[in-house]
Design a protein around this ligand. Sequence first.
Ligand code: ARG
Length: 291
Amino acid sequence: MSLDLQAEQVTAEPHQTVAAPAGPTRTPVARTVLMCRPEHFTVVYRINPWMDPALPTDTSLALAQWQSLYDTYIALGFNVQLVEPIPGLPDMVYAANGGFVIDNIAYGASFTHPERQPEGPAYMDWFRENGFDVHVPAEINEGEGDFLLVGEVILAGTGFRSASNSHEEAGRLFGREVVTLKLVNPSFYHLDTAVAVLDDANIAYLPSAFDAVSLSILEKRFPDAIRATEEDAAILGLNSYSDGYNVVIASRAKDFDRQLRERGYNPIGVDLSELLLGGGGVKCCTLELRR
Ligand code: ARG
C-alpha cells in the first residue's frame, strides 16, 4: 500500500513539472526608496473622496502598519531612506508625492492644495541634503503620485492634481518622452492609484479611471497589461510597488494577487487599511530614488 503511494508520488512529480505554466522569468532589482514615518498621520481635512475628518484615525495603528511595509522592503534588500516627519503635515507619510527622481535629479513637488504645500520645500531640503540636484518646480505637480517611469518613458497623470504643463517641465528636465494620461474618476486622483508599474515594460491599470484618449494610448502601448478589477481598485489595490519580481500590494487585492502570480510575479500583501483613510496605499508611501 505505502509502496504504491510512493510510486505514485514519484511519477506525479515529472508530470507536474511539465504541466506547470512556463511563465516568463522575472528579475528583482533591489530599489532605493524614500519613506516618511506616519508619526503625525491623521485626517483633519478632505482633499480626496477617501478622506473623512469625521471618522476616527489611529496613529499608532498607522505606524504599525507602515512599519510592516518598511520591514517588507528591508527583507527584500531595499535601501530605505527616511525623511523626518513634520508636525502639522498629516499627509507627509505619502512620500511618493514629495518629488520625482531620475538620474540623481529631483524634480520638486508643488502641491495643489494649501494643506500640503509646505511638504514641497521639506522634501526638496531632504533631496539637497542627500546630494540630489534639485529642480524647483515652476508648475503644479505632485511628484511620483502622478509621474511613473516605465523603462525609458514617463507616464504622467493629470485631471485632479498635477497640471499638464508640469508634464512638459518634467520632459524638458529629464530629456525623456512623457505620455500624458487624463484621470477622470475623483477616487483615482493620482496616477499611482490607477497604474502600477511592474517592471521596465509591464504595467497594470484600471481602465475606468481614464478618459477615452488615454485609454487608447494605454491599450496601444501596453497590449498585455493587467487590467485591474473594480473590486481591487475600491481598496486602492493598484497602489503597489514592484522590484521587477516581488510586487508589494494591498493584502486585500485578491484578483490582483492572482493576476500577478499568473504572470510570474511574486505578490506580497501588506495591510495599510489605516493609511487608506487618507486615500493612500503602498505606492503612496514610497518614493523611488534613482541615482
Ligand atoms: N491624502 C493625500 C492626498 O490626498 C493622499 C496622497 C496619496 N498619495 C499618492 N501618491 N497617491 O494628497
